[in-house]
Design a protein around this ligand. Structure first.
Ligand code: CAA
Length: 274
């Protein structure tokens, strides 16, 4: 792959958008390679994904403006569909995806992070939907997911004004769950950059998720995602079915038996995903 790096680490894996010279902007090739990479994730082994951008400066600085600049209406719509299809694949992937936002997350970059289950960022992260300043609307889900995440009022303000927000504001409005700063020694020298601290936190979180019962984690993702799209009466039925689905699995039997076993010397075995 030209623009995507994929690294599997035990039971989680890291996808890196690797087009640093263009601040990891999403052109058609990046989107196609991301699509193929997602298809290639071995869901029998990988229990959580981390998505990040190459370098210290940018997660993804948006869809590629050069490529978009000459598109016709029909081509624009097709380009939007191309991004939306990949992002939706990520959003509905059975396993959780953590966006580790290590800098600019603008336009398609903010949208990519919003198609992930969880967003955490470094202190230099900048979020925004600058599209109306370019004469277009957000096109990879921004008009839909931002409102669902931060509320319609704040989403409309961000989108209509095209104003970028820094990490602390993104945290305040609930767009990211945590912001990581650099680690410094007593003299104030940087020991670990904020991106390194961010990735360590993302990997710790991914490893923690991967330790939990995989069928249960997947069912939680499905229940939350599908439940948000329907009425509460329908949503609780979705939950009931997915809750029921966990019973009789080896992991449910083992997890509960482990709790009920009063032997204090016992050591918890890894869940077996069955
Ligand atoms: N598309 C194509 N190239 C991009 C890009 C993008 N979205 N963002 C950055 N680049 C390129 C720049 O053209 C530049 O390339 P050259 O070195 O060849 O000139 C390189 O990346 C470095 O960028 P800058 O020199 O601009 O870096 P900077 O530090 O001065 O500024 C920035 C950084 C503020 C992020 C600025 O690059 C910028 O504003 N980028 C565009 C952000 C944007 O508008 N994104 C939304 C795109 S529209 C969209 O995403 C639609 C959608 O919803 C699907």
């Amino acid at each position: 792959m030209e623009f995507i790096l994929y690294e599997q680490k035990d039971e989680y894996a890291i996808i890196t958008i690797n087009r640093e010279k263009a601040l990891n902007a999403l052109n058609s090739t990046v989107l196609e390679e991301l699509d193929k990479t997602i298809d290639g994730v071995d869901l029998n082994v990988v229990r959580c994904l981390i998505l990040t951008g190459a370098g210290q400066k940018s997660f993804v600085a948006g869809a590629d403006i050069g490529e978009m600049s000459t598109l016709t209406k029909a081509e624009g719509e097709a380009f939007g569909k191309k991004g939306n299809d990949v992002f939706r694949k990520l959003e509905t992937l059975p396993i959780p995806v953590i966006a580790a936002v290590n800098g600019f997350a603008l336009g398609g970059g903010c949208e990519l992070s919003m198609s992930c289950d969880i967003r955490i960022c470094s202190e230099n992260a900048v979020f925004g939907q600058p599209e109306v300043g370019l004469g277009i609307t957000p096109g990879f889900g921004g008009t839909q997911r931002l409102a669902r995440l931060v509320g319609a009022g704040m989403a409309k303000q961000m989108i209509y004004t095209a104003r970028n927000i820094k990490a602390d504001e993104a945290y305040r409005i609930g767009l990211v769950n945590a912001v990581y700063g650099a680690e410094k020694d007593a003299e104030g020298n940087v020991v670990k950059t904020s991106q390194e601290v961010l990735m360590a936190a993302a990997e710790k979180m991914a490893a923690g998720i991967a330790k939990n019962a995989p069928i249960a984690v997947r069912n939680c993702k499905k229940a939350i995602n599908e439940g948000l799209d329907v009425t509460m009466d329908e949503a609780i039925v979705i939950e009931e079915k997915l809750f029921g689905d966990c019973f009789e699995t080896e992991d449910q039997k083992y997890g509960m038996a482990f709790f009920l076993d009063k032997n204090k010397e016992k050591v918890k075995e890894p869940f077996r995903n069955c």
